[in-house]
Design a protein around this ligand. Structure first.
Ligand SMILES: Nc1ncnc2c1ncn2[C@@H]1O[C@H](COP(=O)(O)OP(=O)(O)OP(=O)(O)O)[C@@H](O)[C@H]1O
Ligand SMILES: [Mg+2]
Length: 470
């Protein structure tokens, strides 16, 4: 999944009285995909802000008239949540400290290093965006707490809501950690049975010899140790829903009894003489391929077809374009709340890694990573170093890969859609692109250095040096 470009539709306002620096900053940020506005003084900036929405202000401290710090102070006094980066002169640490005290998000020191500028802008915009997310209570597009604005999740919610109204059994399919149990609970909550019990049972956790009595109950004296009449899970869920998790683990003998319960709407307790009516809605789930289980003789096909009539497949996280960011913000919020820890920010590298990772374990894996980082956070910040190692490593690898793919495209003169959409952060250094291009031409000339130098329009000496260096 590619990282969303941090550029916002609102422009960045740069307040700088030196026209050369203003131009340089505007150019740099425009190249990074941002819209910019310039102001030569704080007064001009205030005038602009009165009529134009802005994402972020970058202001020099020393300005003619009102200072950059006074501008910051005024904006914060007006309760503005605008991002604000201060540019201080070299060697004026007191100014930087003052700026941060007044509520600046960051400061940059002159002479400006453009890469640092880009990074600071990215970081501040990203922080602001997350903060905005945090403020939103219950993000839009969720279904009983299941977050998902992506197209496949919206379609799933739509189907789930429709099925919830009926009494038909439902089979929930999906890879591990995709939210199968969450969906089962949501269906129950959406159904007319919402006021009655929701009983969840993991079929894998019940010992084979106890399964039948656990499900259907038993009568007194049914077997050694059955000293009393006992209700089963079916009876406990009466009027409500019974969630059979890991249905693929259910023993074939019991599968036949379950099918019977579904068809006749009655169950017979172990040792009992009579069938008892039960009004229960069954929601079953599995991460297994049941058709394969049927072939292997582990699952009854008649039960499968009965359950499969209404099945809902939860897409893996990697197919939910756009949901990852929202999930990250919501899960940080959830665990910050649960642990009563104020989390105010996230390191850009941490966010990048979280966005770049592939999540074979889906939302559960994401949630575990976030829970861990929240637990380890001691300064109100989610840190890159606190993320699981495999997540950091894979993110780094995919960052490198997308950089290489991009430079390949540039080197062959093919600027594909994919290349332009690749994350700006992952773009390689110019030198790296040149090196790749040089190597490509060298390859194409069969290693002929003179021709390569001619094609590249550089001196042979330069070519030798570049080949030595790279
Ligand atoms: N879309 C979502 N929005 C918010 N939280 C989610 C979402 N999907 C899953 N979760 C959270 O992720 C965790 C795993 O979800 P759940 O237990 O429902 O998955 P599962 O598919 O049953 O997993 P497994 O196959 O491992 O049993 C839970 O803590 C759940 O709250
Ligand atoms: Mg589960």
């Amino acid at each position: 999944m590619t990282r969303k470009d941090p550029a916002t539709p609102c422009p960045i306002l740069i307040v700088e009285d030196d026209p050369a620096i203003l131009e340089l900053l505007e150019e740099e940020l425009q190249e990074a995909g941002h819209a910019t506005l310039g102001a030569a003084s704080a007064e001009e900036a205030i005038a602009t802000l009165s009529h134009t929405p802005v994402a972020l202000v970058i202001s020099d401290v020393r300005l003619p008239g009102m200072s950059g710090l006074a501008l910051l102070e005024q904006l914060r006094a007006e309760n503005s949540a605008l991002g604000f980066i201060v540019i201080t002169a070299f060697g004026t640490i007191d100014q930087a400290v003052e700026a941060l005290k007044l509520g600046a998000d960051d400061f940059l020191t002159k002479p400006l290093d453009l890469e640092t500028v880009r990074e600071a802008v990215y970081r501040v915009l990203e922080h602001r965006r997350l903060a905005e997310r945090f403020r939103q209570n219950g993000p839009p597009g969720h279904f009983h707490g299941i977050i998902g604005e992506s197209e496949p999740m919206q379609a799933l919610f739509h189907d789930a809501a429709r099925l919830a109204k009926s009494d038909a059994p439902i089979l929930v399919l999906g890879e591990s950690g995709t939210g199968k149990e969450l969906l089962a609970r949501a269906i129950h909550a959406e159904s007319p049975r919402a006021e009655n019990p929701f009983v969840a049972v993991n079929c894998a956790s019940i010992p084979a010899e106890l399964m039948e009595s656990e499900f259907f109950g038993h009568v007194k004296g049914a077997f050694t140790g059955a000293s009393d009449h006992r209700q089963g899970l079916f009876q406990s869920a009466r009027g409500g829903s019974l969630f059979l998790d890991e249905i693929g683990e259910m023993l074939p003998g019991l599968q036949a009894k379950l099918l019977r319960a579904l068809q006749e709407k009655t169950v017979r307790p172990v040792g009992g003489e009579r069938e008892e009516p039960v009004d229960v809605r069954i929601i079953a789930a599995t991460h297994r391929d049941l058709e394969q289980e049927i072939e292997a003789g582990q699952f009854r096909s008649d039960l499968f077809y009965r359950l499969e009539t209404f099945s809902l497949r939860i897409p893996p996280l990697r197919e939910r374009e756009g949901d990852l960011e929202r999930l990250i913000a919501a899960l940080i919020d959830k665990h910050a709340d649960a642990q009563e820890k104020p989390i105010e920010s996230i390191e850009p590298a941490a966010l990048q890694a979280l966005l770049a990772y592939g999540y074979p374990g889906n939302v559960r894996e994401l949630e575990n990573a976030i829970m861990r980082a929240v637990t380890l956070a001691d300064s109100g910040e989610i840190r890159h170093a606190d993320l699981p190692e495999r997540l950091r490593e894979q993110a780094e690898a995919s960052r490198r890969e997308s950089g290489e793919a991009l430079s390949d495209n540039l080197a062959t003169g093919l600027s594909t859609q994919a290349a332009t959409q690749a994350s700006i952060q992952a773009w390689p250094r110019l030198e790296e692109v040149e090196d790749r291009y040089i190597r490509k031409v060298l390859e194409a000339t069969g290693g002929n250095k003179r021709r390569t130098a001619d094609i590249l329009g550089i001196a042979r000496r330069t070519l030798y040096r570049r080949l030595d260096d790279s």
